[in-house]
Each structure stands twice: as structure tokens, then as C-alpha cells.
Design a protein around this ligand. Structure first.
Ligand code: GUN
Ligand code: FE
Length: 497
């Protein structure tokens, strides 16, 4: 772990690393859901830092074991909207798109040719490159080890985003946004035709496949913006395009975010029985599809989504900011749908998945008051079961997100064989202990015996918190000041300044 640069490629050295820090194989991720002990991995001197955490709980219906080190996949984020963070006024989704979002996204095309469908990377305006560089650096600083990005319609800027993720070392899915419905999209920001959108998309896929031929870090993702902005022809073409690769490409889009959007989809696609059916008819509901929001999905739609194996990116901060509604996460999970968390920058005001976890927990406490939720579940009086605990919110932020990006076997926990995507979280300092509590042989590695006090960032510890309480305080009050280091694919990619 010298210099914190650690590559988990070789099982023997990994095992010896673990045993030299007081871990056994079983502790290190047998997927033992009953594990209650928390082990700490000591830093290479006495700086009182921890790999967070050993075990933080399970979500029952998923039963895939326990999360380990915190890897935070952001399953839904719009990179070009980063400069608009915090700007949404009192507009709802459809107005916000026209007022704030489309003009900002259009600026990622060249000035002389705003539609900018050429492949010359020099056509990305320098401001665009600066924004993308900052997005990757800022999300890494918040511990986002993996992000599923919407870019814009522009090929050069989309390719530049992929190249920046690659050079920063962030795991990423990069999607060129497709939108060819001239009635619904502004004339300054629209694909010229379905064919032109498809061929521009293919050229970003080719670029990304050349950049990272094995897809170790960067992968393309098929990205119809949402049903209203696409023709039937382009939706069907994109479904076909995704399936034409082996393995099939990932797909991402938005679904049932606001009620006016759902009504618009009914008007635009009268032949479809539901919003989900629009995508299903175009073969866009696959087991590698990420559907953002899903606030207003019906039981039938959730059932279709489960059957197809598609996943939901829950974006609670955005749903509140744009007034889209209260997504019933417990209900979705109970219907067997896989859920992870997304920031949805800049519908969402924060690039932090930790913020998304706390917003998910807050919204789950309010959803009982929604009449839509009461009608859907038949629950007129809450039994409290809709509330997500800290463990469950962190589960969604880690293992849930990993499952949403179809990497549950590789990411999201500390199981044997998983990839070393991790962050080192710093809370207060260890004090008042005759022996170093980080000496795992002396304490059996149970960190609650350590007295951790002090303030790091916004988290205040007074010394009597158990490990679980420290984690709760971290979820409710933590931020990027607690993120000391971040690794992706075994490589150190961020160090807090
Ligand atoms: N629906 C279509 N486009 C967008 C977008 O950019 N953000 C959000 N939140 N919803 C959308
Ligand atoms: Fe979005």
C-alpha cells in the first residue's frame, strides 16, 4: 500500500496485504450477511485514517451480501450541465429543459457550427473542455469512482469527455445524447435526422472502443435523451444499435420523471400502453438499461421493467429541486426492481452521491404523505416500512449502484475477486487509547474500541460514538472534506488537497 497505490491483480499479494492488516479471507468479503464486526485497515503510518468500512448492512430482498469499501457509482449525471448547478428557479422539468438546460448543452458545440456533428476534436470549445475536466475532478473529489454520464449531441465534446475520464482514471459510461424530434427540441440543438443521430452515435462508440478497447475503464452507452425528444425511428434504431454489439451496449434514458412529461408521452405515442412500453417497443428495455427517475411508474410498468431486467437510477435531490415528485423507492425494491442512486446534475444541485444517499433517506420519510403513493400501495396509514435506514441508503449508493451499472460482481463491495475501487474516508482522530486502537492484533480490529474525536469537515465526533454511529454521522454530515483518497481499478486517482 506504499503511497496508497495498490493494485489488486494478484490474489496472493492481496491475501498477504489483508492478513498483514488483521483481515482474514472471511472478514474480507465472504458475503457473510451476518457479519457484525468491523475491521479497519490501518494506514501505513499512524495518521488515524480508515478504509471505510468493513460491513454496513444489507438490503433484504437483494441478499447479495454486504457492502465493503465504499465505492460510489453515480448512475445518472449530465456532465455538460455542471455550470448550471444550483440554477433551476421555480421551473418544472419541461420548462427547465428549455430555459436552462438546452442552451447550456448547445454551448458544447463549436461557435461556427453549434450542431457540430463533425469528428474534429478541435471543434469542442475550450470552455467545454474546462467544464468537463472540472466535472471529472469534482466528482472524483466526492468519491464518485464510477459515473454514467450524459454528454451532449456533439461528437467532439462527447469524445473529449471520454478522453478526460480516461486520463483522470475515473470509471465511466459515456453517452452521446440522441434527440431528433424537431417539434420537441429547439432548432439550435437537435439531431438533423434519426440516421444522422445514429451515425454520430456510432462514431463516438468507435472512438471510445479505440480509447479503451477492453472497456476496462471507459465504455460507451446508448443514450436517447427521453421519449419526447426522440422519433420512433431513432428509438428503434438505437435499440437495434445497442443489440448489434457483443456484448450488447449499455443503454440509459429518463422515464416518468414528472406528471406533465408522462402526459406528453401519452400524446406523442398513442400506440403505446405506457411510458415503459414506448421503450420496450424499441427494444430499449434490456438488462443493461438504466432508467433515471421512474417517480410515477405504475405497478405494471415496474413489473415490465423487472421482467426485462432494467434498472432504476433514483435521483432524489433532482426530484425535489424540479418538483417532480417523491419516488417510492421501497415500493420499487419490493417489486423486485434494482435501484441505485444518481445525482442528476444539474436537475440535482449536488455532485455528491453521499448527498444523494441522504436525500434518498429523507424522501423515504416523506413518501407516505403522497396520495399517489397511498393509492399505489394501498397504504393509507404508514407502518414506517417505506423509510430507508442509513445502511439501506448506503447500500443503494454502493452495491445498488454497482448492480445498476451491471457490475455487481466487480464493484460495490469488498468481496474476493472484486476490483479495488475505493475511497479512504477520514473522520476525527483516534485518541485516549493506551494501545493504538488501529493495532488490530490488540483490539481484534473492532473499531468501536477506538476513541475517535474531533472535527473533520462537517462531521463532529465526541468520542463515545460506536462504529455504526460514526457511519450515521458520516452519512448525514459528511462531504468531500472527508474523502482523503480515491482509487479506481487499483490506481490512486484523487488525493484531497
Ligand atoms: N429529461 C430529459 N432530459 C433531461 C435532463 O437533462 N435532466 C433531467 N433531470 N430530466 C430530463
Ligand atoms: Fe437526468
Amino acid at each position: 500500500i506504499k503511497g496508497y497505490d495498490w493494485t489488486v491483480q494478484d490474489d496472493a499479494s492481496f491475501k498477504s496485504f489483508l492478513s498483514s492488516h488483521g483481515w482474514t479471507d472471511a472478514d474480507a468479503g465472504s458475503g457473510n450477511a451476518k457479519a457484525t464486526k468491523v475491521k479497519v485497515v490501518k494506514s501505513n503510518d499512524d495518521r488515524n485514517e480508515f478504509f471505510f468500512p468493513g460491513f454496513i448492512g444489507t438490503y433484504k430482498p437483494c441478499q447479495s451480501g454486504v457492502p465493503g469499501l465504499i465505492v460510489l457509482p453515480d448512475t445518472h449525471i449530465h456532465a455538460p450541465q455542471f455550470p448550471n448547478i444550483g440554477l433551476f428557479g421555480s421551473s418544472g422539468l419541461l420548462d427547465w429543459l428549455n430555459e436552462y438546460t438546452f442552451p447550456m448543452e448547445a454551448s458544447f458545440g463549436s461557435k461556427s457550427d453549434p450542431k457540430n456533428q463533425q469528428t474534429d476534436p478541435k471543434k469542442t470549445p475550450p470552455e467545454g473542455l474546462r467544464v468537463y475536466d472540472q466535472v471529472v475532478a469534482r466528482t472524483l473529489a466526492h468519491g464518485t469512482t464510477c459515473a454514467s454520464y450524459f454528454a451532449t449531441i456533439h461528437v467532439p465534446a462527447t469524445n473529449a469527455l471520454a478522453a478526460l475520464c480516461h486520463s483522470h482514471g475515473q470509471r465511466a459510461f459515456i453517452g452521446r445524447v440522441c434527440m431528433d424530434n424537431k417539434d420537441q427540441c429547439p432548432s439550435y440543438y437537435v439531431d438533423q435526422s434519426a440516421e444522422q443521430g445514429l451515425s454520430a452515435t456510432k462514431s463516438t462508440i468507435d472512438y471510445i472502443h479505440t480509447l479503451d478497447p477492453k472497456g476496462t475503464l471507459i465504455n460507451p452507452i446508448i443514450t436517447p435523451r427521453f421519449a419526447p425528444s426522440c422519433s420512433k425511428e431513432s428509438l428503434a434504431g438505437l435499440g437495434k444499435l445497442a443489440a448489434s454489439y457483443t456484448p450488447a451496449l449499455h443503454i440509459q434514458t429518463h422515464i416518468s420523471e414528472s406528471t406533465s412529461e408522462v402526459e406528453l408521452v401519452q400524446q406523442l405515442f398513442p400506440d403505446s400502453t405506457s411510458y415503459a412500453d414506448v421503450y420496450d417497443k424499441a427494444n430499449l428495455l434490456t438488462n443493461r438499461t438504466i432508467l433515471a427517475h421512474g417517480v410515477h411508474l405504475t405497478k405494471e410498468e415496474l413489473s415490465l421493467i423487472r421482467t426485462r431486467g432494467s434498472k432504476v437510477a433514483h435521483c432524489p435531490a433532482s426530484n425535489s429541486a424540479l418538483g417532480s415528485g417523491l419516488a417510492p423507492v421501497r415500493y420499487m425494491l419490493d417489486q423486485g426492481v434494482t435501484v441505485g442512486l444518481g445525482t442528476d446534475v444539474s436537475g440535482g444541485y449536488s455532485p455528491s452521491i453521499l448527498e444523494a444517499a441522504r436525500q434518498a433517506s429523507l424522501i423515504s420519510r416523506l413518501v407516505q404523505y403522497s396520495s399517489e403513493y397511498q393509492d399505489k400501495t394501498g397504504n393509507k396509514t404508514s407502518d414506517g416500512s417505506e423509510k430507508l435506514t442509513v445502511d439501506e441508503a448506503l447500500y443503494l449508493a454502493t452495491r445498488g449502484g454497482a448492480a445498476v451499472v451491471d457490475k455487481a460482481d466487480d464493484l460495490g463491495g469488498f468481496d474476493k475477486g472484486m476490483i479495488w475501487d475505493a475511497q479512504l474516508v477520514e473522520l476525527g482522530a483516534v485518541r485516549n487509547s493506551t494501545k493504538s486502537p488501529l493495532d488490530t492484533s490488540a483490539t481484534n480490529g473492532i473499531v468501536s474500541r477506538a476513541v475517535v474525536t474531533g472535527t473533520v469537515g462537517n462531521v463532529d465526533l465526541f468520542g463515545d460514538e460506536t462504529w455504526q454511529e460514526q457511519i450515521q454521522k458520516w452519512m448525514w454530515s459528511g462531504d468531500d472534506r472527508n474523502v482523503k483518497n480515491v482509487w479506481v481499478q487499483g490506481k490512486l486517482v484523487h488525493t484531497r488537497k
